[in-house]
Design a protein around this ligand. Structure first.
Ligand SMILES: [Fe+2]
Ligand SMILES: [Fe+2]
Length: 292
């Protein structure tokens, strides 16, 4: 038996989550700037001793350094590239959330991390196909953070999985996030949006987190990015990185073709490329970067 939760309860739960470091917010802001480069990234990381230490430790894990110790941040960042750096930073900064059990979705530990990472890679690869320009790095960071609300809502959904799955499959609700909202008064996108605001994440992150399942509800100027992340989320689920009960129980908005020009062959190639890059990042992190 579940009950509706209040906005105050959500805010109280969010306040218990550790804040992400300022350097993390700055990196997200930077990724959204069109002409940024690795030097800009290095300059932000350099100001955060803990983050510098964590990146060097992770890059020096056997899989990445191949036995040669890397002591310079510049070398580490240029060796692994921006996607990997952002993956390392946020796997650490939001470890508690990425590592959540997601019992309310009957998911496995680590599923949220794998799903979001795969969505991030897919979003970056889909972005160049948008009919209006979408910054691939913004798409990557939005994919990486889009489902973090699940880590908070999961607790309130415990015990509902069977009933929710049956109701969505029966057509009682349009999709799983609508079912969440009806069941407890909020869905994971709305809670993720509150979390993003609490953390002070820069736009467009809060909006993309809020509307990733129903992109047409977002601002018109954000539609291309919203549809890129919407599609990337579906690709992530299709390729085996879901988060338990809700996997493939989110409908795809066919209006994506108004914003993204993708043929079947393009989708097949993107799925293949996402698989390769996902496996590369996962094996490079090899337990070091993945939340513990
Ligand atoms: Fe979602
Ligand atoms: Fe998702």
């Amino acid at each position: 038996m579940t009950t509706q939760i209040t906005h105050d309860e959500i805010l109280a739960a969010i306040k218990k989550v550790p804040l992400i470091p300022t350097s993390g917010t700055q990196l997200l802001q930077l990724a959204n700037q069109k002409d940024h480069n690795l030097t800009d990234i290095i300059n932000i990381i350099k100001c955060d001793a803990a983050l510098t230490g964590y990146i060097l430790k992770t890059v020096n894990s056997a899989a990445m350094s191949r036995g040669k110790e890397i002591t310079s941040l510049d070398r580490a960042v240029s060796l692994v590239g921006e996607d990997m750096i952002l993956s390392i930073v946020f796997s650490e900064a939001a470890a508690q959330l990425f590592h959540a059990d997601l019992d309310g979705y009957a998911a496995n530990q680590g599923d949220l991390w794998r799903h979001n990472l795969r969505s991030a890679i897919a979003a970056k690869k889909i972005a160049p196909y948008a009919k209006l320009e979408v910054n691939p790095d913004t798409a990557f960071t939005c994919g990486l953070m889009h489902d973090l609300g699940k880590a908070i809502i999961s607790h309130y959904l415990e015990g509902t999985t069977e009933e929710m799955v049956a109701a969505v499959d029966h057509g009682d609700f349009k999709d799983y996030s609508v079912a969440e909202h009806e069941k407890i008064g909020f869905n994971h996108s709305e809670i993720g949006f509150e979390l993003a605001k609490h953390w002070g994440l820069p736009e467009p992150l809060p909006s993309v987190i809020r509307y990733h399942h129903h992109p047409q509800e977002g601002n018109i100027e954000l539609q291309p990015l919203l549809f890129v992340v919407h599609l990337a989320d579906i690709v992530s689920m299709m390729t085996g990185s879901g988060t338990g009960a809700d996997s493939m129980r989110h409908s795809i908005d066919p209006a994506y073709s108004d914003y993204i020009d993708l043929s079947r062959d393009d989708i097949a190639r993107i799925i293949f490329e996402v698989e390769i890059e996902f496996n590369t990042i996962m094996s490079s992190l090899s337990g070091e970067g993945e939340p513990k």
